[in-house]
Design a protein around this ligand. Structure first.
Ligand code: ZN
Length: 378
């Protein structure tokens, strides 16, 4: 250490002591924590789908993979299974719950948006911390006139306005992977996944284009600056992360999660992607799209003709840590069915991981109430 640096760090230390920065934080600044140490304090996964019957299995998975808590995006609505989901989440002390909206009712009721907003208010009173919007909006949901409902149709404004007033972030899935609009053949980069699920294809279907849906999404985000939107699956355009970077710059109320899109992200220039993540470190959330359903069902980002197996869970999470924390080249993709190419790690520093793994989620959705007497409470 040179003399100037020594003076500099002594001054920094003195300054921190005067400003009363917490001891742990101060130690981190002097000797930055390793990524693994950041992770050891517990990661928040904002993109989980857990059926009510699977809570014990989900908590075990979280303990094994180092997740402090998660956001269950499959809450549904009052009178469906929402009450049950909230009760189980609270008992476990490890989950927050997002409400959904019964979109298929949009075709039946002229006043659907105000009904949906009322339902959201009720969900909020019951304890949800977010709203999740499925990709059906934009691809399938119809208005009473029979016309396909655009994501940014002003008719729906009461819903987004209410979410903003209640400080509920809107986790929104718009569109699908770009390859779902291409013919299903060997040239399609998701050939394997689409061969297992031909019904997931949008090719030759009467739906808006991939690009049109992204335009609708940004239109919605722009119309409601007082509502926070988390565009899941890396802004629903992981194929072009730099487009997502521009969108984040243009819209301060836009956030993204990483769910099930490491393959697309990891094939871009690692250095440039590292810079993108550092630049937008306050608005990227960790999520995996892990699903647990009855009869031992696992979904790890996606699945083939058979669901995923229990022994694949550990490697799936390990692959996330490795990609985010190291510069290792040519890592195997965590979601090979989405494309069998390798991905290059983006070596994020601990301070950025701290936000992506936990702090950004805490700021947006809060934390579960600690369970009194429970040693596993985060
Ligand atoms: Zn999902």
């Amino acid at each position: 250490m040179g003399a100037m640096q020594k003076v500099g760090s002594t001054l920094l230390l003195a300054g921190l002591m005067v400003s009363g920065v917490g001891c742990q934080r101060m130690m981190d600044l002097i000797r930055p924590a390793a990524p693994a140490a950041v992770r050891a304090r517990g990661v928040v996964d904002v993109h989980l789908h857990v059926s009510p019957s699977e809570f014990d299995r989900a908590v075990k998975l979280m303990d094994e993979q180092g997740l402090a808590y998660g956001l269950n995006l499959s809450g549904t609505w009052p009178g469906a299974i929402l009450e049950k989901q909230l009760e189980l989440a609270e008992q476990s002390g490890r989950f927050l719950v997002a409400a959904n909206i019964p979109w298929m009712a949009a075709r039946r009721f002229e006043d659907f948006p105000t009904r949906a907003a009322e339902l959201l208010k009720k969900s909020h009173e019951l304890g949800v911390r977010a709203l999740k919007v499925e990709k059906a909006l934009g691809l399938q949901v119809r208005k009473p006139s029979g016309e396909l409902l655009a994501v940014d149709d002003p008719w729906l404004d009461p819903i987004w306005q209410t979410a903003g007033e209640l400080k509920l972030p809107v986790f929104i899935h718009t569109g699908d992977p770009k390859a779902f609009w291409e013919p299903i053949d060997e040239k399609n980069e998701r050939f394997e996944e689409l061969s297992a699920h031909p019904g997931w294809s949008n090719h030759d279907r009467p739906v808006p284009s991939f690009e049109a849906l992204l335009e609708q999404l940004l239109g919605l985000v722009a119309r409601h600056p007082a509502t926070n939107f988390v565009a899941v699956h890396f802004g629903n355009n992981s194929e072009d992360p730099f487009w997502v970077g521009h969108a984040l710059e243009a819209h301060p109320n836009l956030y993204v999660d990483l769910a099930a899109r490491l393959p697309e992200l990891g094939r871009h220039d690692a250095k440039k992607l590292h810079e993108l993540f550092v630049r937008h470190q306050d608005r990227i959330l960790f999520g995996t799209d892990t699903g647990l359903g009855p009869e031992g069902f696992y979904m790890l980002g996606s699945f083939g003709e058979e669901p995923n197996r229990a022994e694949e869970v550990g490697p799936y999470f390990q692959a996330h840590w490795r990609w985010l924390e190291t510069w290792d080249k040519q890592q195997p993709s965590p979601t090979p069915i989405q494309g069998r190419w390798t991905i290059d790690g983006i070596g994020l520093p601990a301070a950025v991981l701290e936000k992506i793994y936990r702090a950004n989620a805490e700021r947006l959705i809060g934390r579960p109430k600690p369970q009194t007497g429970s040693p596993t409470a985060p």
